[in-house]
Design a protein around this ligand. Structure first.
Ligand SMILES: Cc1cc2nc3c(=O)[nH]c(=O)nc-3n(C[C@H](O)[C@H](O)[C@H](O)COP(=O)(O)OP(=O)(O)OC[C@H]3O[C@@H](n4cnc5c(N)ncnc54)[C@H](O)[C@@H]3O)c2cc1C
Length: 517
């Protein structure tokens, strides 16, 4: 979009115009590290592979993204002496210049991510001790499907050509390995072509960027940009799981209202200034002091719970046990069925009734945590090949003890603050206790879910000894290849990545327009 109607000629190579099974299957990969086996009924394993989490057609994975937008913080970008390989080579001032334009592309609101978003909405706020918990905010994109929203402009632009069924399979380097001459593309009908350009941008996603560079090994034998064996390393993802639940004596309506998703309708609110107000939500995050003290990464907690509508199982428990309603005999069978099909929620309610306790439905504490950089967590090439004859990706996703500490700090911080403010007590999920953690110490990824925000595999650095791309997102090894996407992130914080991907892409576009224009 940034190159439309400029003096530059642009060619976009895209695997498919619309969802296409054969194209999607090119994302098939093997994950050698343990995967969480979650759904016993279907046997689905929640792995990080692109085939289950990326969409290989125009607009990419924005065709199914959730629209959560939030920026990285200055702390996320800073070197942290307790996290090896942390620290971005560009500062927050440089990155944040591009967030407002990224907001516009996502069709979110103005770049405001602080407590002023609560002003004027009658939110009765709890004030947490800032050395422990800090409020962070998310805005929601509609969510914008980038192919649908911007594809028409690209297709019509006189200086842009979009070629579909063009699967990039190899980057052709000149004999000196310092410049790229062409990209080989293959179609499903067996056609093959080489596309030449002055400059190339690789933007195929956090796993596939590494795969394409590694697979292009005809001239540079270890792959393009990989003279220091760093391409594919530092593979990071966000870590998702419930870290506990909140035990309360009364319904925590005030707390839940503060941390619920809010659609601002007050005309003076900065996010309600349009026909479609932009929803926002706050999450509780570990303060910088807490992260330092716990020698951990960043993590955000979303409060989840539905206090207004209980599920069918809970409703059926109370209806089935209501001895006064004798004329409901005919409905008892259906109540029983509802209880049996919702046993998870119905059983604790039955226990409450037997013990004479009031109905209780606990809000859960859902955590999105940062994975810290880890050189041994990596994308490699498998020996198995896809339908186009290309080597598939092999994922060795490795978590560390520091990642465990990032999760484990959260229940303790919440317990201290919820207790101090008299909100309630925290029940920590059993999977976070010391014994369970010891049991899973070597295969931590088995017990939690990846966020599927593939990052870090072509990390940005100030020196070639420490990364794959320089501060302009250009390969250190090759003069005319840039990388776009979260593969360039040196660390990922806990923020969903797309807003930052866009900010860096806008920055790259400005740089290339100046350099090539
Ligand atoms: C279920 C889900 C929900 C998400 N929700 C959010 C959210 O709420 N907020 C957020 O910030 N992020 C979210 N994400 C992450 C978000 O989708 C990604 O960060 C984003 O889409 C990555 O953009 P990208 O352009 O780098 O890669 P992709 O979106 O994967 O795009 C890659 C593009 O390259 C094409 N391609 C790939 N390989 C080739 C090849 N060899 N040749 C030619 N073309 C190729 C693909 O067809 C595609 O168009 C979510 C992810 C998932 C899985």
């Amino acid at each position: 979009m940034e190159f439309v109607d400029t003096a530059l000629s642009v060619c976009v190579l895209e695997s498919a115009a619309a969802y296409h099974d054969a194209s999607q299957r090119l994302y098939g990969a093997r994950q050698s590290s343990p995967k969480r086996a979650r759904n016993i009924a279907t046997g689905v394993h929640y792995g990080a592979e692109a085939i289950h989490s990326r969409l290989r057609y125009f607009g990419g994975s924005t065709n199914h993204w959730g629209g959560y937008c939030t920026p990285l913080t200055p702390h996320d970008l800073a070197p942290r002496d307790w996290i090896p390989d942390s620290g971005w080579p560009i500062g927050w001032d440089e990155l944040s210049r591009y967030y407002p334009r990224a907001q516009t592309l996502c069709e979110a609101g103005p770049f405001i991510y602080d407590e002023s978003l609560w002003q004027g909405l009658g939110i009765d706020q709890h004030t947490f001790y800032p050395a422990r918990l800090v409020n962070r905010f998310y805005q929601f994109s509609p969510p914008t499907r980038f192919g649908d929203r911007y594809g028409g402009v690209l297709r019509k632009a006189r200086n842009v050509e979009v070629i579909f069924n063009a699967n990039a399979t190899n980057i052709g380097l000149a004999g000196n390995a310092r410049t790229a001459n062409s990209i080989t593309i293959k179609s499903f009908s067996g056609k093959r072509a080489a596309v030449r350009a002055r400059h190339f941008i690789v933007a195929t996603g956090g796993i596939e960027n590494a795969r394409l560079l590694l697979a292009s090994d005809d001239v540079a034998k270890t792959g393009v940009g990989n003279s220091r064996d760093l391409v594919g390393r530092y593979f990071m993802d966000h870590l998702y799981d419930t870290v506990g639940s909140l035990l309360v004596s009364e319904r925590p309506a005030r707390l839940m209202a503060q941390y619920a998703q809010i659609v601002p309708k007050t005309p003076t609110h900065p996010l309600s200034n349009s026909v479609n107000p932009v929803p926002f939500q706050a999450a509780l995050t570990a303060s910088e002091q807490a992260q330092r003290q716990n020698r951990a990464g960043g993590a955000a907690i979303f409060l989840r719970g539905d206090w207004v509508t209980t599920d069918d199982g809970i409703r059926a428990v109370y209806e089935a046990l209501d001895a006064n309603e004798e004329d409901r005999t005919a409905e008892r069978g259906s109540d029983l069925l509802d209880i049996l099909t919702n046993l998870d929620s119905a059983l604790p309610e039955i226990k409450n009734v037997i013990q004479g306790k009031p109905p209780e439905h606990l809000p859960t504490l859902f955590c999105i945590a940062e994975q810290v950089p880890n050189a041994s967590s990596r994308i490699m090439l498998d020996t198995a090949r896809d339908a186009l004859g290309e080597r598939r990706a092999l994922l060795d996703w490795r978590l560390s003890d520091q990642d465990r500490r990032t999760f484990a700090q959260m229940p303790a911080l919440l317990a201290a603050e919820f207790g101090r403010l008299g909100i309630g007590r925290v029940f920590t999920s059993p999977w976070l206790d010391e014994e369970a953690m010891y049991l899973y110490r070597d295969d931590f990824s088995r017990i939690l879910e990846p966020g599927r925000h593939h990052s870090g595999t072509t990390r940005m650095a100030s020196a070639s000894s420490r990364g794959v791309v320089n501060t302009d997102c250009r390969l250190f090894d090759v003069e005319n290849i840039s990388i776009a996407g979260s593969s360039v992130f040196p660390t990922i914080g806990y923020a969903n990545p797309t807003l930052t991907i866009l900010a860096l892409s806008l920055r790259l576009a400005d740089h290339l327009k100046q350099k090539l224009g």
